[in-house]
Design a protein around this ligand. Structure first.
Ligand code: SF4
Length: 260
């Protein structure tokens, strides 16, 4: 299958990397690169997630990576990458506060796809971190807690990479509504690829049901969006799907997908 020059089959990077990219350790947002991303993003607006991922692998692998919180959206992307480019490095930002059900998905992914998701962890354990700060920082300053136990990890994990895949959907929040399919992520100095930008919750769960893709059992218990256990609750009927995240705080995002 071919979509505007993107060949839809298992893609390898050996013959697709641009020669000039192979010697570059990090990308710079040059005028040329930004123009390319804008053009590609527009062109891929009506593409399928698989076509978007195929373009990203052909353009950036082996410097294309994926961060996953093991949410349903991320699980569908892992399912697609298992077919298209299983060698893509995938990591989880393990804050130390994730639910056991979330962490167990790493083994379930290994069993199903043979893919090893790497845990990226902060230098301090939860015990050390809370001792240093006189208690849980998430109770008093969740922005700092997210910055120190999550966001900083992506900066490290992305070192040497050129592009990363995120599993955000535009219809999840006003912040995410502005996400391009492909764009420059100035916070992490990476190209950010959002294959599910135009997907809906129904699309995601439809694929999960169709292919029996593993997912977090907490979703069957009213947790529509799952983050760290101290900052996640089940949602009530009629609430927004992300209403259970940082409930009681004005905070709605951990900071991975905001540009400030
Ligand atoms: Fe800390 Fe909560 Fe952010 Fe997790 S979600 S890093 S516990 S503030």
């Amino acid at each position: 299958m071919c979509y505007q020059g993107v060949v839809m089959e298992r893609v390898t990077h050996s013959n697709s990397m641009r020669a000039t990219d192979s010697t570059v350790t990090s990308l710079s947002p040059t005028v040329e690169l930004l123009a390319e991303l804008a053009e590609v993003s527009q062109r891929l607006e009506s593409a399928t997630p698989q076509e978007i991922l195929t373009w990203a692998v052909q353009r950036f692998a082996p410097k294309f990576t994926m961060a996953t919180a093991f949410g349903p959206e991320g699980m569908t992307i892992i399912h697609m990458l298992a077919e298209l480019a299983p060698e893509t490095p995938i990591f989880n930002l393990d804050t130390g506060y994730q639910f056991p059900e979330t962490l167990a998905l790493r083994e379930r992914i290994r069993d199903r796809y043979g893919i090893e998701v790497e845990f990226k962890r902060p230098p301090l354990s939860v015990v050390e971190y809370e001792r240093l700060n006189g208690g849980p920082v998430y109770k008093t300053d969740p922005n700092r807690c997210c910055a120190e136990r999550k966001i900083s990890l992506l900066s490290d994990a992305a070192n040497g990479m050129h592009a990363w895949a995120s599993a955000i959907r535009r219809d999840q929040s006003p912040d995410r509504a502005k996400a391009p399919v492909v764009g420059w992520d100035k916070k992490f100095n990476l190209v950010k690829v959002s294959p599910l930008a135009n997907w809906t919750k129904k699309d995601v769960w439809g694929l999960i049901a169709k292919y029996d893709i593993p997912y977090n059992p907490l979703h069957d218990q009213g947790y529509t969006s799952v983050g760290c256990w101290p900052c996640t609750r089940a949602v009530l009927s009629g609430e927004d799907e992300r209403a259970g995240r940082w409930s009681g705080f004005a905070k709605t995002e951990c900071g991975l997908h905001t540009q400030d």
